[in-house]
Design a binder for this molecule. Sequence first.
Ligand code: ADP
Ligand code: MG
Ligand code: ZN
Length: 515
Amino acid sequence: MADTQTTDAVRSFEETVTAYDPVLGLEVHVELGTATKMFCGCPTEFGAEPNTQVCPVCLGLPGALPVVNAVGVESAIRIGLALNCEIATWCRFARKNYFYPDMPKNFQTSQYDEPIAFNGWLDVQLEDGSTYRVPIERAHMEEDTGKSTHVGGSTGRIHGADYSLVDYNRAGIPLIEIVTKPMVGLGERAPEIAKAYVATLRDLLRALGVSDVKMEQGSLRCDANVSLRAKVGDDPGAPEQLEVPFGTRTETKNVNSLRSVERAVRYEMTRHAAVLSDGGSIIQETRHWHEDTGITTSGRVKSDAEDYRYFPEPDLVPIAPDPAWVEQLRQTLPEPPAQRRRRLQETWGFSDLEMRDVVNAGAVELIEATVAAGATPAGARKWWGGDLARQANAAGVELADMGVTPAAIAELDKLVQAGRLNDALARQVLEGVLAGEGMPSAVADARGLVLVQDDAALGAAVDEVLAANPDVVEKIRAGKVQAVGALIGQVMKAMKGKADAARIRELVLEKVGQD
Ligand code: ADP
Ligand code: MG
Ligand code: ZN
């Protein structure tokens, strides 16, 4: 039994990239959001009672015949087109034969040497503003397996379990596997590029509307292949470096968050470096990523020439998409996310840094909807990208699931723009909205959080503060206008926070004779 607690030796990341050049290959599985499975009419809904969404086809019963899901094929082609791939004019499914209890047919219907899409690329934007073009080997169609649960034992793995249960609801759900070519010339940027690629791919798939791309629920899964080779100079892109043969790779399975993709690649690089610099050699194997400890452990040895006895699927007709239809799908692709972001950034007038924060907070769509509901772009960014993003992050929920609508934020922004709320009051109003007290204007009314618009009341408060601070007034008259700040604070306090600081400032300067 594999010891899952063993920690391998690692080199520091700096030593690793000083001595070695990494090669990276990513395999991403995406579960399509079709209503039915890939080869039968069973529903695909997540979370149903085990084995309630099955039929003779997806259970592999004798005599059952599969039929291809047309929406699945269309989604595969759209994904291929969005990844700048060539689309096969003719291709077939293949049987990948192996036994596993969660795969009732004893083969997986997949594609082998005839993928539906191949030879593409995807540009990813890096933190420093540069772009890296990820080469795509292929995107092919296949089906998901069922799900095993190992009961008893402490690890949840099959070793040490008392018994195992299998749920076939997931068996036959359409998957697209997207495989990159080996990426070279990455150097120390390899972990960042891995993460940026998966993030960019996720956004693209979401924009295509083909999947809900939830890494934590497994509808987007990433396997990371990493190897190291000797470094010959300082430039990872130099021709003499590119000629060095690849080292042996490991394949780290099911890395289930963007952060983990980066960490797992980084960890494997440093582990390989430790083995290699000790004169050892890397075993070609799968590795399991452990989110909690941040390490990988040995999975199963996997050679390149695994004998799956692939052969063309005899029960399904070949797929020959009509070129006119493919062209039509190309014409109706959504605007690529990166291009869309550049367009929105320009329209909204955000700086690069502001836009990056907004993207990282997952707030682009929310800001778009909030602006459409009448907010200023700056106001929408301020709330979604500021207070709300911080709270969502702290609570570990998606920004969109905070229980605040774009319409509510637009209303809040309008109240601020109209001078009915200042920032501090608006923050309290937002608290009320988050607490389910209703829309901002209702919360402001109910909580009495409206700015005093009455200039007479404000003027009286200013007079009082001026009278109590003759020394400060002198300073202002002498030209030390910064001194106004102290007075604004006192007036604000007297007004219990319900005043517009800019208006107080105007009144003070006016009354002191410095306006
Ligand atoms: P497998 O059947 O092992 O999953 P795939 O062809 O589906 O093989 O995926 C292999 C992945 O590993 C691809 O992304 C490929 O680019 C990458 N790869 C191949 N050789 C290396 C290597 N030496 N180092 C790093 N990645 C590699
Ligand atoms: Mg693979
Ligand atoms: Zn079925």
